[in-house]
Design a protein around this ligand. Structure first.
Ligand code: TIU
Length: 244
């Protein structure tokens, strides 16, 4: 790629990658109360939702850095319309959850747009000028405008954070890769209900010379930012109490 004033070398596996920040977006996948808090969709499936908490502070640090750098920020949310018209019956009927999609729960109807559980966790709440993609599936490209939005902003590379590593993060990374984008997954900014799936999910991405993309970390992204951006980011972290 052509090197520009905004190009930085990011430490990553299987090898470092040169990224033009001006053509790079931060995509935060499904950091919603329904997945991270008790009483939501994740818990109805029988999961220990506390497993996802470890990704929050690293993700907040990268979000602060991206905001300071003026990077395009995209937040995704998995969920369905209140009338369930966009929810495949096969998805609603799947498994033996304690509550199904659309059932009432302590944070409102499970995985339904507009309900408290469907909303973002407060630590990673989007700013008014950031892009929010509501998606009915696991992948962020299926039945959304994400492709057009990335094209309109001239994006070629994605830094990907969020939950869960092997489900919505991996599905999105595979969609991204097939569409010709370069995708860097930030390992400590992602999490799974199953730590072993997190590890293997990352391994699958970076194996075979980076068959789906690259794996890096929040620290590597912050280190690749300019000193001016780092200074702003540090003060932002103090403000939101997310320093680590
Ligand atoms: N169940 C699980 O691990 N994940 C999901 O259902 N959705 C997302 O990963 N966002």
């Amino acid at each position: 790629m052509a090197t520009s004033a905004t190009t930085r070398l990011l430490d990553a596996e299987p090898q470092p990658i040169e990224l033009d920040w001006a053509a790079t977006a931060l995509v935060i996948i499904d950091m919603q109360r329904d997945f991270l808090e008790p009483g939501g969709f994740g818990e109805t499936l029988g999961n220990d939702v506390s497993q996802l908490a470890r990704a929050v502070a690293p993700c907040a640090s990268v979000l602060a850095a991206a905001r300071a750098a003026g990077m395009l920020v995209v937040h995704t949310r998995e969920g369905h319309l209140p009338d369930l018209s966009d929810a495949p019956p096969a998805k609603i009927a799947r498994g033996a959850p304690s509550r199904r999609i659309g059932d009432p729960g302590p944070m409102g109807r499970i995985l339904i747009r507009g309900e408290a559980g469907h909303d973002f966790i407060p630590e990673l709440y989007p700013l008014d000028d950031e892009i929010v993609i509501d998606k009915p599936g696991k992948g962020a490209f299926y039945a959304t405008d994400l492709g057009e939005i990335l094209q309109n902003f001239g994006i070629a590379n994605l830094l990907v954070c969020g939950v869960t590593t092997e489900v919505c993060v991996n599905t999105t990374v595979r969609e991204v890769n097939d569409r010709g984008y370069r995708c860097v997954v930030l390992a400590d900014c992602c999490a799974s209900y199953f730590p072993e799936f997190h590890e293997m999910g990352l391994n699958m991405i970076k194996a075979q010379g980076g068959i789906f993309g690259w794996v890096s970390s929040s620290a590597a992204v912050r280190a690749a930012m300019t000193p001016e951006i780092l200074a702003t980011e540090t003060s932002n972290q103090r403000t939101v109490g997310a320093a680590q």
